[in-house]
Ligand binder design. Structure first.
Ligand SMILES: Cc1cc2nc3c(=O)[nH]c(=O)nc-3n(C[C@H](O)[C@H](O)[C@H](O)COP(=O)(O)OP(=O)(O)OC[C@H]3O[C@@H](n4cnc5c(N)ncnc54)[C@H](O)[C@@H]3O)c2cc1C
Length: 465
């Protein structure tokens, strides 16, 4: 079998590996000159590497996939993170109403001046609603948040936070945004009461336990996550590329498919262009497309004159600090405060013990920006914000700082964009191309997180091996 894999992110690499292992002659086509997609790092020489934000590898209970990842580094070169058992934990916090919340990544309303009104509103809502949550894919964020919490909490708590992040009202956003950032639960009660309330399904689905260090066994997720002990997620990608090459995968880097000839519901002919020239692949048995819905639609001539809501620029500010971040055990910190320049802070030293370098502690601050920005001004604002919530200890110096804009970053999941993506998926399906498999981020409705992308990829591979 001759297979083409388009896109060298984690989904494409895993596809290429398993296809080659089961005897296919595989060529992987990647637009950039290195593989990894979002799992790469920037290299700043003496100040070391900084990842493209927060990425690690989650064990998924799919034996051959877990085994593949474990095999990429010697066992002692992995740092294993889990939620219980004396090992490092990957905990997430939140800056909300100018307070750093360490107990839960979900909005904590316990000290909100209108707490009792929100409790009353939630219970009134639950009395008048069916316990079953609606299928969310076609709903707006407003509709799904109302289904979870009722109108009052949606309008006063969830809506304004989404507006701050995405610069759009909740009724113009798709419900998926609620899952991407943690908006599907709230913290409303202290531990003893919450322990009792967990027995009530409709509440357990909507409210979060207030202390993530002390989760009851019944809701503990014991999946392990892996990160290289020596800092840099690129180590995983480089090892995967090496492993693919060792079993014969051919890599065409700096290359793109510019034409797919489809005849009788089958791709007959593929044209690949790179700076080195043109290559034609005749009669491929299968094409695994992991390079995004838009580029596939464009190649198939399916893109019309749709207007798309523009995404934010995903901007990464990297800092090397003379002292560790004053964040306790938090690895990641989100921020929903109005006017803030911080979307998420990645506190690398917390989940990678060898992340510190050059006498400093690296962090990346991710920003979602909708207007032009000046990099040094942005970093100054970020440092001030971190100082104001107590994340920087007195006397913390910045040893190194720089800002990068990602080539492509967080998608704009407005309802309009999501509906148009659904229409594109339908058009691709209608073409009924037998030897074309679409995979990877956003290939299906709601598919975003790396672990979900991996599960979907492994499912598709079953059919073709
Ligand atoms: C800003 C951001 C933050 C994220 N944070 C998290 C997180 O915290 N946790 C989590 O689980 N997931 C997170 N994700 C999602 C995660 O990054 C993805 O699930 C995962 O990287 C998907 O892998 P992929 O191989 O499908 O896509 P990608 O990594 O995007 O790889 C696609 C590859 O295709 C290549 N390509 C694109 N177009 C073409 C073309 N026309 N021809 C050839 N090659 C092409 C690209 O260069 C790239 O190498 C985040 C995503 C973003 C954007």
């Amino acid at each position: 079998m001759t297979s083409l894999v388009v896109g060298g992110g984690v989904s494409g690499l895993v596809s290429a590996y398993f296809l080659a292992k089961s005897g296919h002659a595989v060529t992987l086509i990647e637009r950039n000159f290195e593989c990894g997609g979002l799992l790469r790092s920037f290299d700043y020489g003496e100040f070391g590497r900084f990842d493209y934000g927060a990425h690690n590898i989650l064990e998924l209970g799919i034996a051959e996939l877990d085994d593949l990842f474990w095999s990429l580094l010697p066992e002692e070169d992995w740092q294993v993170t889990m939620t219980k058992g004396g090992q490092t934990r990957a905990l997430t916090g939140l800056i909300y109403r100018q307070q750093l919340q360490k107990g839960s990544p979900f909005i904590d309303l316990r000290s909100h001046p209108k707490w009792s009104e929100y409790v009353a509103a939630l219970f009134t809502h639950l009395n008048h609603t069916d316990d079953a949550l609606l299928e969310w894919h076609d709903l707006t964020a407003q509709q799904y948040a109302e289904c979870l919490f009722g109108a009052k909490i949606t309008n006063e708590i969830i809506g304004p936070a989404l507006q701050q992040l995405h610069k759009k009202p909740a009724y113009q956003l798709n419900a998926m945004v609620l899952f991407l950032t943690q908006f599907t639960r709230l913290v409303m009660f202290d531990e003893p009461l919450m322990q009792d309330l967990l027995a009530t399904k409709s509440i357990a689905k909507r409210l979060s336990y207030p202390d993530q260090l002390n989760l009851p066994d019944s809701i503990l997720n014991l999946r392990r996550s892996l990160y290289p002990r020596d800092y840099g997620i690129y180590r995983v990608i480089d090892a995967l590329v090496k492993k693919c090459k060792a079993i014969g995968v051919d890599f065409l880097l700096g290359s793109e498919i510019t034409d797919l000839k489809v005849l009788d519901s089958t791709v007959r002919n593929v044209r690949v262009e790179s700076s080195e020239g043109v290559r034609i692949f005749d009669q491929p048995d299968v094409i695994f497309w992991t390079a995004g819905l838009m580029s596939l639609s464009k190649t198939l001539g399916l893109l019309g004159s749709e207007q798309w809501d523009a995404p934010a620029s995903t901007v990464m500010s990297h800092f090397l600090l003379s002292k560790p971040l004053n964040a306790g055990e938090l690895s990641f910190i989100y921020n929903y405060d109005f006017g803030s320049k911080i979307f998420r802070i990645d506190n690398y030293s917390q989940y990678c013990e060898r992340a510190p370098r050059a006498n400093g502690y690296p962090i990346t601050v991710e920003s979602l920006l909708y207007t032009p920005f000046e990099a040094s001004r942005l970093r100054m604002d970020i440092l001030q914000e971190m100082q104001s919530v107590g994340l920087l200890d007195g006397g913390t110096d910045v040893l190194f700082e720089t800002t990068e804009q990602l080539q492509y970053g967080f998608p704009m999941l407005s309802q309009r964009n999501v509906q148009q993506m659904n229409r594109l998926r339908d058009s691709i399906d209608k073409c009924n191309v037998q030897n074309l498999q679409t995979l990877g981020i956003l290939a299906k409705p709601g598919l975003f997180f790396e672990s979900d992308v991996m599960v979907d990829t492994m499912k598709a591979l079953k059919k073709w091996r």
